[in-house]
Design a protein around this ligand. Structure first.
Ligand SMILES: [Zn+2]
Length: 312
């Protein structure tokens, strides 16, 4: 079976042609952030033409909240286009059935199948923070397909506004897109040495790669920021483990995949917050293709809960 798999992330859009489970060709580009409500569907169509070939089915995994029945995006917190239809316009443009899932939900299902583990959470630390959850072999979906929005767990009830509009959410504090503002706030309270990281952070200009690189160079301000971020992520991860009780926690996303030493630091802090037994923690073995593989496996080995949800 020929499947067109699409991963619409906060920063990058990846599109690939699969023959059954095998990735044949892939294009990676930046996710459109301007234009009308059909911009993302049109970009997917343009890239699909570039990839070439007829496909039997299409799977689109998106970093946002969806209406799973309609296949619409209700809210993409890290994209100014925000809400837009996908399933209807893409089915017309591509003349094939389209399945729309949340990106981490798709990745969780893919990891569940490839690892044969029945209790699993896939967690991404990236531009945003998200998860997908499999409990006792069932993919959790909820009434609209959003039963896993852990990035919007409130970790600080008086905290900063999130891209979604809520207050003090994990993603608003510690996601890749929140790092410049979070660092700037800490810089204004910092009484220590005025280091290179402090200067960049004070101007609101520190990027995640710069922050982690200066942390490795033992910049004292960068050490402070990274330790705070590790504690926030530890509190979030502990909440996820306490709620879903997974056997395996698979981590993905650019922040986790590019900074394994940071993941180690987070795991050291987890003991402060956790109550359930700690699961095995592993990085995804599919790297940046975790979501593409996951959405493909969601078509090839359709989750039972998905059929259950879509039948009424
Ligand atoms: Zn939020």
């Amino acid at each position: 079976m020929k499947i067109l798999a699409v991963d619409v992330g906060g920063t990058y859009l990846r599109i690939a042609l699969f023959e059954d489970r095998k990735l044949m060709r892939k294009i990676k580009t930046r996710t459109p952030i301007t234009g009308g409500r059909l911009e993302i569907a049109e970009e997917i169509h343009r890239l699909a033409v570039e990839l070439g070939g007829e496909v039997d089915e299409v799977g689109v995994a998106i970093a946002g909240l969806i209406d799973i029945r309609r296949g619409d995006v209700i809210k993409m917190p890290n994209n100014p286009i925000r809400s837009f239809p996908l399933k209807m316009p893409l089915e017309k443009m591509l003349a094939a059935p389209v399945l729309v899932l949340n990106d981490c939900v798709a990745a969780a299902w893919g990891e569940h199948i490839s690892r044969s583990v029945d209790n699993l959470v896939y967690l991404t630390l990236s531009t945003g923070i998200g998860a997908g959850v499999v409990v006792n072999g069932n993919l959790l979906l909820g009434k609209d397909g959003n039963a896993h929005e852990v990035g919007h767990i409130t970790l600080d009830y008086k905290g900063r506004r999130c891209g979604c509009g809520g207050k003090g959410h994990w993603e608003a504090l510690a996601s890749g897109s929140s790092i410049p503002l979070f660092s700037k706030e800490l810089a204004s309270k910092w009484r220590g040495e005025k280091t290179r990281a402090w200067k960049l952070a004070s101007n609101g200009e520190i990027s995640p790669p710069e922050l982690f690189s200066l942390w490795r160079d033992e910049d004292t301000f960068a050490e402070e920021v990274v330790l705070e971020l590790a504690r926030i992520n530890a509190a979030g991860i502990s909440s996820v483990v306490n709620v879903y009780d997974p056997e395996v926690l698979v981590m993905g996303g650019s922040i986790a995949l590019n900074n394994r030493d940071f993941v180690e630091l987070i795991l050291k802090e987890v003991k402060e917050y956790i109550t359930n037994r700690m699961p095995l923690v592993d990085l995804t073995r599919s790297g940046e293709d975790a979501v593409l593989k996951g959405i493909t496996l969601s078509i090839l080995r359709r989750p039972r809960t998905l059929d259950f949800l879509l039948k009424d």
